[in-house]
Design a protein around this ligand. Structure first.
Ligand SMILES: [Zn+2]
Ligand SMILES: [Zn+2]
Length: 185
């Protein structure tokens, strides 16, 4: 993925997504507004439709920062499908969920980039998202399994558990791994 959370502005991501996945659709990009939301709670992304020819994509900054970058990319493309179908009205009947038109676009984009394998999933609520996405678990067998080490909060959960969306075990090369080595052993 060419994306980096900090380096690229959200509107540049949108240009990238349009160029790579929606080149065949004709619409004016100013019809779609994109913004980070700092106060969304329940969804990772959300699209609103202020008029028949405009859409606003909102991305949940706080939640997406906790999740792997791929989740931001997939959420963004998911919301872009909603927004672009709305402004181009291509076989779109205003159905807010994920009907035929939506699924057709999701499959088309997955054929271009097979890594995008969660596009069809409705952005679920916060806890559901965190719980279903974090499906890989590791357990430290040392000190942090027995005692809560406050300095490791956000890296190691209670009981020494680390849960992640991707199958990437905690280890060297992570900024907080050295903290773990120092504090836990
Ligand atoms: Zn959706
Ligand atoms: Zn430990």
């Amino acid at each position: 993925t060419p994306f980096s959370m900090d380096a690229i502005h959200i509107s540049e991501w949108f240009d990238y997504i349009c160029d790579h996945y929606f080149a065949e659709f004709s619409f004016d990009r100013s019809q779609i507004e994109v913004q980070w939301s700092h106060n969304m709670v329940w969804y990772s992304g959300k699209t609103e439709y202020p008029t028949a020819s405009s859409a606003t994509i909102m991305m949940n900054k706080k939640l997406l920062e906790m999740l792997p970058l791929e989740e931001t990319v997939e959420t963004y493309i998911h919301e872009a499908i909603h927004a672009i179908l709305h402004v181009t009205k291509r076989e779109y009947n205003g159905d807010p969920d994920h009907g035929d038109a939506f699924m057709r676009e999701a499959r088309r984009i997955q054929a271009i980039n097979p890594h995008l394998d969660h596009l069809h999933i409705a952005t679920p609520d916060y806890m559901e998202q965190v719980n279903t996405i974090k499906k890989y678990h590791w357990k430290c067998s040392d000190k942090c399994a027995r005692t809560n080490i406050p300095e490791l909060a956000g890296y190691v959960d209670a009981g020494g558990w680390v849960s992640r969306a991707r199958n990437k075990a905690p280890g060297k090369g992570e900024p907080r791994w050295n903290d773990h080595v120092k504090l836990c052993g």
